[in-house]
Design a protein around this ligand. Structure first.
Ligand code: SF4
Length: 410
């Protein structure tokens, strides 16, 4: 895979060495077991895959290069480039300004832009409407477009389904930048509707079966369907795609559910299924797949708790948290500072969207066993800082250099 020029302060020498070694030993990516870092009184199990993905490194490289190559120019980001507060803050401190917040609310009016300005399109991509608006102003979006190729792959998949006259059902968070962008591209080609979860899918299915009166759809799915969506005919042929960072099992369950609804309603057989339901295996990206599989494998190891590092508004990170929470106490933090002391940790509850203070998170009996991972937009340097912070609470720990040397000599 392509190597990107990412600022060195986002890297961690320890984690880079571990990742390099694991890659060398497992070129075909078949081994998803975690890496044990044995510090003596504390043992950390690092997920096999975590941290910056292809799309994030690509976006960071383009953004920092654009800043370096364009001194004196006004550089804007359409919205957060990726969902990591440190990376976004670093860009802001270099003079980059955001045009919109993550919900698409305008911070700086487009009218203030001139053809001389640079606007970076984030890794999630953007809507066709915004792209057109910027092009009309005279801003060339192609040159500074950091849209991840794996997001574009979903758009292409939607187009293929659309050409075969299926309606596109997008499993994603309706207000997430990527889902808004995918919806815009899908809706350009075919009737489209977004479902945020299984509960909403079940309600959508009631309009397919006729259990709910058609008129209710427009209110219930307000803001989630394409212009001129015709409930009388646009739910007769379906294909499912998803936001690339959703939980794989959730998307699969949603696609299976809708497939069964169509089979029952139209009495489809294996041979006739394609008449009503497009065969789209999930459109998760490789990083989401690898990171979720690594967490599932890591969770086989008995441990005291899990730590997940990443931005609080990061979709892929919250799904890793969700997987861990099913098995053991899980602390979702966005940097090492959130570990306030040997006793206290400030962590994010993404269900209630609030930070919570938990006391006594580190148990007394040693060795303490901790599972650790991070989201696709989280710098490895932050994970190393979290490891250092935790190991710093114990005496007689094996030095990090020795732990690394032990691992690398295996
Ligand atoms: S998580 Fe996947 S789709 Fe999103 S930026 Fe990373 S590689 Fe691209």
């Amino acid at each position: 895979m392509k190597q990107f020029d990412v600022p060195v302060f986002y890297r961690s020498p320890l984690i880079s060495a571990i990742k390099r070694k694991r890659k060398e030993k497992d070129k075909l990516k078949k081994d998803f077991a975690p890496t044990l870092l044995d510090f003596g009184p504390v043992q950390i199990y690092l997920a096999r895959h975590f941290g910056f993905c292809y799309g994030v490194e690509n976006a960071i490289e383009i953004a920092f290069r654009t800043i370096d190559e364009n001194p004196g120019k006004r550089i804007y980001l359409l919205s957060e480039m990726i969902h990591n507060p440190q990376v976004n803050q670093d860009l802001l401190s270099r003079g980059v300004r955001f045009l919109q917040d993550t919900h698409g609310r305008q911070i700086i009016p487009f009218e203030e832009l001139t053809p001389n300005d640079i606007v970076l399109i984030p890794a999630f991509g953007t809507t066709l409407e915004i792209e057109k608006k910027l092009n009309t102003i005279g801003i060339h979006t192609e040159k500074y477009n950091t849209t991840c190729p794996f997001v574009e792959k979903v758009w292409n998949r939607s187009e293929v389904i659309a050409r075969k006259e299926y309606t596109i059902v997008i499993h994603g968070k309706p207000t997430h930048e990527e889902t808004r962008a995918t919806f815009s591209h899908a809706a350009f080609n075919a009737p489209s509707v977004v479902v945020k979860n299984m509960a909403q899918t079940v309600e959508l299915a009631k309009y397919i079966t006729g259990e709910k009166p058609a008129a209710g759809f427009y209110q219930e799915f307000k803001g989630q369907y394409s212009v001129n969506f015709d409930i009388a005919k646009d739910l007769e042929r379906l294909g499912v795609v998803n936001q690339t960072t959703m939980l794989a099992s959730d998307t699969q369950a949603i696609a299976d559910y809708l497939k069964q609804i169509m089979i029952d309603k139209y009495r489809l057989t294996k041979e006739t299924l394609a008449e009503r339901f497009a065969d789209t295996r999930d459109t998760l990206c490789y990083a989401t797949n690898d990171n979720q599989t690594s967490v599932t494998e890591m969770l086989r190891t008995p441990a005291d708790f899990a730590v997940v590092v990443g931005g609080y508004n990061s979709s892929n990170t919250s799904h890793l948290v969700e997987l861990c929470e099913e098995k053991l106490p899980t602390y979702f933090i966005n940097n090492a500072e959130k570990i306030l002391s040997r006793r206290e940790i400030l962590h994010y509850n993404f269900h209630t969207k609030e930070e919570l203070l938990t006391a006594g998170f580190l148990p007394d009996p040693t060795p303490v066993k901790i599972l650790m991972t991070s989201g696709a937009s989280c710098p490895d340097a932050l994970v190393e800082q979290v490891i250092e912070k935790i190991t710093g609470f114990f005496s007689n720990t094996v030095p990090t250099a020795t732990v690394a040397a032990n691992f690398l000599s295996q």
